[in-house]
Design a protein around this ligand. Structure first.
Ligand SMILES: Cc1cc2nc3c(=O)[nH]c(=O)nc-3n(C[C@H](O)[C@H](O)[C@H](O)COP(=O)(O)OP(=O)(O)OC[C@H]3O[C@@H](n4cnc5c(N)ncnc54)[C@H](O)[C@@H]3O)c2cc1C
Length: 364
């Protein structure tokens, strides 16, 4: 069988990863994005934490399993890129206000064969002496790491060029042409570009593109806030997720913090959020004095009405696929492997962890 030509709409972390997996497998790939530079959607506003500790296996065993599955795929990818995609084993510490709750979470993960460890107050203080008031217990995940969106995008771009992928940036896809239950082309600037398969990886930008094919896809925007700040926190390392802050270091004296979106996101509410974040940094960290906000950005996470990923074939259209998921950084390589197998007709070669649903099955 000759390799099909595949058009991918959206060059965020998901579309780029899918494009890389397909191009690496010898597929002829065209990657399109409406922005001039790839990765400037929600990918650029992401905290980029690769973890499974935030997926409680008791709440959603499937989500827990597929987030764990991502680790092996990422380590294999990092080998492809000679270790330049991310720095492994940054490690993370997660705790709540309730020590019993934290311990129970660790135990539930351990019961499912996962590896977080419970640290007591003294152990925590030794590992993170820069935290003023260590919790009684925290979950320590030695294998967690973070991705820097622009670094990852740059490496994928270079690799895709080398693999001969066609990259069309600054081009808005207006429509997907479907004839006789087959996607035959995508339309930009009123012109149709023919293709054999279409993969929609355009996050919340997929909603208008998919509207003509029915509203059963259930994709919704779930906004969150990324705050970048300057601060001196001597000795800070790792990824920290406590009741007050979810924070990691970007470079010397520069940190990012992920926050929930205020219910009513006015300019004043966002300013209040920034002020509270600054106060928290001073309260939580030793030496965290005189922090300064550099930016407050809102990113629309591509969530769904049931919280499940949208990956797989669209019902009734045999060559139209979706790759839309939150948390997209964690899931990108799992989705990419699944779609590569589907596009190449190797549907049985990779068992998709249940919980990532096939639209075809979902929509029945
Ligand atoms: C504050 C915050 C913290 C987060 N933290 C984490 C985390 O720790 N771990 C994690 O896994 N996830 C995290 N996320 C979520 C994560 O950022 C997203 O799930 C992920 O980036 C989604 O990637 P994507 O490629 O699907 O979307 P995008 O990056 O938005 O890519 C979609 C692309 O499609 C393009 N596009 C849209 N419509 C069209 C069109 N019609 N034609 C052409 N191009 C189009 C857009 O320009 C965009 O570049 C966080 C998000 C936020 C906001």
């Amino acid at each position: 069988m000759t390799s099909p030509h595949v058009t991918i709409i959206g060059a965020g972390i998901v579309g780029m990863t899918v494009a890389y997996f397909l191009a690496r497998a010898g597929v002829s790939v065209r990657l399109m994005d409406r922005e001039e530079t790839p990765g400037r959607g929600v990918t650029d506003r992401s905290f980029g934490w690769i973890n499974y500790i935030t997926r409680d296996p008791a709440d959603d065993p499937a989500a827990h399993r597929y987030c764990r599955a991502a680790f092996d795929r990422y380590h294999a990818l990092n080998t492809d890129f000679d270790g330049r995609l991310f720095s492994p084993a940054t490690s993370s510490l997660l705790w709540t206000d309730d020590a019993r709750q934290t311990l129970d979470l660790v135990h539930r993960h351990q019961q499912h064969g996962a590896a977080p460890r419970a640290l007591n107050r003294a152990e925590f203080a030794k590992l993170a002496p820069f935290v003023i008031n260590p919790p009684d217990y925290a979950a320590y995940c030695a294998h967690d790491f973070a991705l820097h969106p622009r670094n990852v995008m740059a490496h994928y771009c270079q690799a895709l060029k080398r693999l001969g992928a066609e990259m069309m940036f600054g081009r808005n896809v207006e429509q997907i042409v479907v004839q006789h239950n087959r996607a035959s082309a995508v339309v930009i600037d009123g012109a149709a570009l023919a293709t054999d398969r279409v993969i929609v990886a355009s996050a919340t930008g997929s909603i208008p593109l998919l509207a003509p094919f029915g509203d059963q896809h259930g994709i919704i925007a779930s906004p969150a806030v990324l705050i970048t700040l300057e601060a001196e926190i001597p000795g800070f390392h790792g990824i920290l997720c406590g009741p007050e802050l979810e924070i990691r270091q970007l470079e010397k004296n520069r940190f990012i913090i992920a926050e929930d979106m205020p219910k009513n996101p006015t300019k004043t509410a966002l300013q209040d959020l920034a002020d509270q974040t600054l106060a928290s940094v001073c309260r939580v960290f030793r030496g965290g004095k005189n922090p300064r906000i550099l930016s407050v950005q809102i990113g629309d996470r591509p969530d769904s009405i049931d919280g499940k990923a949208r990956i797989g074939r669209v019902k009734h259209i045999e060559n139209l696929f979706l790759a839309i998921a939150h948390p997209g950084f964690i899931l990108a390589p799992v989705m990419a492997q699944y779609l590569t197998d589907q596009v190449l007709g190797r549907e049985d070669s990779y068992e998709i962890p249940t919980g990532i649903i096939d639209i075809q099955a979902y929509a029945v």
